[in-house]
Design a protein around this ligand. Structure first.
Ligand code: ZN
Ligand code: ZN
Length: 200
């Protein structure tokens, strides 16, 4: 699995930084997780990462906040593939519960307006979160049912029990992580920046 950070508050040189989050997951299918806030930034960073609209098999929106779903409005005008949205949101798309909606791609189901993504890669489980308004601990609990958690990537919001994160091989706290600096001090952590490519 290859994960490309498309949108974050911080960016590598040549990429645009903006409040929000999006990443592109290349696996059994290619899925765009969230769309950031501003389409112009999303488009710029996608182009720099070599991702074209035709490469996207599915879009998964974690929650309807503008910094995660804002880019979708304009993206949708040119994209005809599947879009998975939180069931309670007004966004147009497919609504799923806690289920494997595409091979290897599982939604946690919506909790507190947000759904997280669980991706299976052989015996590894990788979690992708938007802001974690659904509570990272709830997400971990659901993901554990599918296998051993290898990595957690995305926003962790106000998650306080950060010591629990030490046991996972790879942790990437992105946009919207209150204790980002403290988590980044752990040796298993990678800094989240738009433009970054991680092989799992
Ligand atoms: Zn956010
Ligand atoms: Zn949010």
């Amino acid at each position: 699995m290859i994960v490309k950070i498309v949108y974050d508050n911080k960016a590598l040189q040549g990429f645009k930084a903006s409040w929000g989050f999006s990443c592109f997951i290349e696996h059994s299918i290619n899925l765009l997780f969230d769309t950031g806030g501003r389409y112009g930034v999303l488009k710029h960073n996608m182009k720099k990462l070599g991702i074209s609209l035709n490469d996207i098999d599915a879009i998964f929106i974690s929650h309807s906040h503008w910094d995660h779903a804002g880019g979708l409005k304009k993206l949708k005008l040119k994209y005809e593939g599947k879009i998975y949205v939180p069931p309670s949101s007004n966004l147009k798309g497919m609504k799923v519960g806690n289920e494997e909606f595409l091979p290897n791609f599982i939604s946690t189901g919506e909790i507190n307006g947000e759904q997280s993504l669980i991706v299976k890669d052989d015996d590894k489980i990788v979690i992708f979160t938007g802001c974690s308004h659904n509570g990272l601990k709830n997400v971990i609990k659901i993901a554990e049912k599918y296998g051993k958690i290898y990595a957690i990537i995305g926003g962790f919001h106000g998650f306080k029990e950060i010591e629990l994160l030490r046991k996972y091989p790879l942790v990437m706290p992105c946009h919207c992580t209150k204790l980002k600096r403290q988590i980044e001090a752990f040796p298993n952590t990678i800094e989240c920046l738009a433009g970054k490519v991680v092989e799992i």
